[in-house]
Structures are given as structure tokens and as C-alpha cells.
Design a protein. Structure first.
Length: 283
């Protein structure tokens, strides 16, 4: 692959920090990610933040079709040239914001669920994950690269500081695996931290299941809104519109000690709490 530095210099371009642009410059790293992803010739891949094609081109040679999503018009022109030069006739370039994409429509047009991949921008990583959770019926699985700190938060278990809203939301509906550690040195420009590639497989059946998933996510958000406080006080004054006394009573009724903190609750306990609050009318 051609060096991102050389390509961008030739086009008079510079990476945009506000878009979180850090391009993979090492072909071996890109090949490793594609190989470990488990993608097959029958998969239709939607790549988030295709950039200069480091993953796009090897993906096109291993899969049925690639939807390469790139928001930056400047980079998209360069990417189009790289796709043409690589003879990748099964790549569809989408100049769009991934947060505005209709995943359902794309999956329907392909007659099956999508395989999501990408080196995603740090500043919208959480939003992308929430979108995938909400649209997971149209997603086979996701292989995504995150900055190391965020990846550790996503994989965190109950009881520690890293454990939070994303870990609970993903833990509820997916199995998460660590595919690879990626050094900051393989990117241009070089970020300050290393990255981790995660394998996220969404469950078709969930046990225990939430009575209402949107309400579950609302409860989780409320619980982590005031991390230093007890669960009773975190829920009080939140979007749930519940006072501290009532919150304490409902927590006890759900079998949860009101003085526990949100980071100590397992995913199953959050589901239990959500279902109880929903059933007694906090919707």
C-alpha cells in the first residue's frame, strides 16, 4: 500500500484532527485485522471510516461486497482513486455520515445482515456503538478498532472504575472478544495511544431479557449519571423522575441494596431493576 503521508502530500491534504483521522500505514497490520476478523466471501461488509483504503482494498478481495463509508469529501476523492487502481469493482463508496446511514435499508437491499468493520473515530465511537446496538437486527457482527482506553471500558467487568454504560449496554446484547493490539506507530499521524481491535457478536436471543430495552438503557444512563453517589441517589433526580426515598424503596423491592454503587451491578441486575421499575410504572 502507498504511504498515507505520500498520498495526502501529493493531493495537498492534511489529516483533520476534528474528524479523528489516523490512517493505517502498515499493510501487514491491515491484512492481520482482515484475516482475524473471520470475514468470508459471502459477507457484505459496511466499513466505517474507510479513509485511504487500508482496510477497504484487502476486504474487497475477501468478501462479496464492501460499502466503504467516508464522511470527508477530500479524502473520498483520493479513496475513489485507490479503489479504482486496486481493481476493486465490488466496492460501493458512500460519501456520508455513518450516524445518518440507514443500516436497515442497506441490509434489506443485500438480503441479509451486514458485517461491520472499521477504524472508527474516537470522538464518535460511543455514538456508533449505540447505533449498532439499536440496529443490531441488521448486523451480523462488528469488528472495530478503538483507542485502548475506550476498548478497556467496553470490555470491563462489574466492580471497577472502567465499568460503565457502554459495558452494560453491550454486555446485555453481545459477546465481546479481543482480536488484536495495534501499536500507535502503525498510524499516520501517530496518535498518543495504542489501539485495540474488538470482535462484537450480537446475540439473537437474550437471557434475561428486558421488558423494554429503551427503558433499560434509560435506567443504565441514570445509574451512571452520578458515579460517586449511591445507586439510590444516582437514580434520584434523573430522567426517571423519582425521588431518593422512592428510589430506595424500589431498589429494595427489586432485591438490590440502595447504597450500592452503579459500577457494582451486573448486567443481569440492571435488567432486573429495569424490569421492576417498568412494571411499577416508571416508564
Amino acid at each position: 500500500m502507498t504511504s498515507p503521508f505520500v498520498l495526502m502530500k501529493a493531493w495537498g491534504l492534511h489529516p483533520k484532527k476534528e474528524l479523528g483521522q489516523n490512517f493505517i500505514k502498515d499493510a501487514a497490520t491491515a491484512a492481520m485485522i482482515v484475516a482475524r476478523s473471520g470475514v468470508t466471501e459471502n459477507d457484505v461488509v459496511l466499513e466505517i471510516g474507510a479513509g485511504l483504503g487500508a482496510l477497504t482494498i484487502p476486504l474487497s478481495r475477501q468478501t462479496k461486497k464492501v460499502y466503504a463509508v467516508e464522511k470527508d469529501r477530500r479524502v473520498a476523492g483520493l479513496l475513489k482513486n485507490e479503489i479504482l487502481a486496486g481493481g476493486c469493482d465490488n466496492v460501493v463508496l458512500l460519501l456520508d455520515d455513518v450516524l445518518k446511514l440507514d443500516l436497515e435499508a442497506i441490509a434489506a437491499s443485500e438480503g441479509g445482515r451486514l458485517f461491520i468493520m472499521g477504524n472508527i473515530p474516537y470522538n464518535i465511537s460511543s455514538q456508533i456503538l449505540v447505533q449498532l446496538i439499536m440496529k443490531r437486527n441488521f448486523v451480523k457482527k462488528a469488528v472495530l478498532m478503538f483507542q485502548k482506553e475506550l476498548a478497556m471500558r467496553i470490555m470491563a467487568a462489574p466492580g471497577g472504575k472502567p465499568y460503565g454504560r457502554l459495558a452494560v449496554m453491550l454486555g446485555y446484547c453481545a459477546t465481546i472478544g479481543l482480536l488484536a493490539h495495534v501499536s500507535a506507530s502503525v498510524f499516520f499521524p501517530k496518535p498518543q495511544v495504542d489501539s485495540i481491535v474488538l470482535d462484537i457478536v450480537f446475540h439473537e436471543d437474550i437471557h434475561p431479557a428486558a421488558t423494554d430495552e429503551i427503558f433499560l438503557y434509560k435506567v443504565v444512563k441514570a445509574a451512571f449519571s452520578k458515579r460517586r453517589k449511591t445507586l439510590k441517589n444516582s437514580l434520584a433526580g434523573s430522567v426517571l423522575r423519582i425521588d431518593a426515598k422512592t428510589a430506595g424503596q424500589e431498589l429494595i423491592a427489586a432485591g438490590i441494596d440502595p447504597i450500592r454503587r452503579s459500577e457494582t451491578l451486573s448486567v443481569a441486575e440492571f435488567v432486573l431493576l429495569s424490569n421492576h421499575l417498568y412494571n411499577v410504572g416508571y416508564r
